[in-house]
Design a binder for this molecule. Structure first.
Ligand SMILES: [Fe+2]
Length: 281
């Protein structure tokens, strides 16, 4: 869209943020949305997927509305010479109606590609029938991306539920600020456990404002690097998000190899290879 072509191939990609103004609990005004975009660019984010809430009982943002909003916001970014490329997306609540909304294309998918969708759970519970809904989405040929599992109190107690969903083909995205403690220590520890267990494929800002919940990924990326390695942080903030928006497979084997290298049980040779940056496969 508005970024020079080189921006497509470098920098962090934010898969989950609420910058589109006035359509959910994110940016309230275009002025605030533009301020958020400037923060994202300063942080090294070159591409952001606009993901307003959908079907969460408060906000409904059908795909056609999001397409128009993204066009308008993109024009505003160009007019202000802000080098943030944006793509359409949505954060869809895990409700029984979601598979039908995806099938009839009223629910927006990641980058409007029709092959992946961000799925949000309630804060405290895993709804009855959650696995069935996720299976129905898989049956449509789409990949559910479970957003911020570390912030769901049930998944914090039972991360094996997330592991089951990942085993059936789901992916998962952690919140950058959860990795730095913004959501409290139990959430930070859960994020660490999920990342180091290989259950997290992406990190994203989930930004809502130009203060506090801002579109910054680099502090979270650094926390992930500290827990694991620069390679894992690079995969979660750049390589995997870029693959998802391009419709390419996620490099899960490369991710698991990188995590294996930094596990306490990793062999000395594995660690040496990791430190000097050699591929492990
Ligand atoms: Fe969100």
């Amino acid at each position: 869209m508005n970024a020079p072509p080189s921006q497509l191939f470098s920098g962090m990609i934010d898969l989950h943020c609420h910058l589109l103004p006035g359509i959910d609990d994110g940016a309230r005004t275009m002025k605030q949305a533009l301020a958020m975009a400037e923060i994202a660019v300063q942080d090294g984010i070159t591409l952001a997927v606009m993901t307003p809430h959908h079907l969460n009982g408060v906000y409904d943002n059908p795909a056609d509305d999001i397409r128009q909003q993204v066009r308008d916001f993109s024009e505003a970014l160009v007019a202000r010479d802000i080098s943030l490329e944006i793509l359409p997306g949505a954060e869809c609540h895990l409700v029984p109606e979601l598979p039908a909304a995806l099938a009839d294309k009223t629910a927006m998918t990641v980058a409007d590609r029709g092959d992946a969708v961000l799925v949000e759970l309630p804060v405290h519970t895993i709804p009855m029938g959650a696995t069935t809904i996720l299976e129905e989405i898989r049956t449509l040929g789409m990949t559910p991306v479970i957003v911020h599992p570390e912030r769901n109190s049930q998944l914090r107690k039972q991360p094996e539920r997330l592991a089951d969903w990942v085993a059936m083909g789901c992916l998962a995205q952690a919140t950058a600020q959860a990795c730095t403690g913004r959501f409290g220590e139990p959430v930070r520890q859960a994020a660490r456990h999920m990342v180091t267990s290989g259950l997290i494929h992406f990190v994203a800002s989930d930004a809502h404002r130009d203060r506090r919940r801002v579109p910054q990924m680099s502090p979270g990326r650094q926390a992930i690097a500290d827990w694991t390695s620069d390679e894992v942080a690079h995969l979660l903030s750049e390589v995997n998000p870029r693959a998802l928006v391009a419709g390419r497979p996620i490099e899960t084997q490369r991710l698991h190899d990188a995590i294996d290298c930094v596990r306490p049980s990793a062999s000395l040779w594995q660690r040496v290879r990791n430190v000097i940056g050699l591929e492990t496969t």
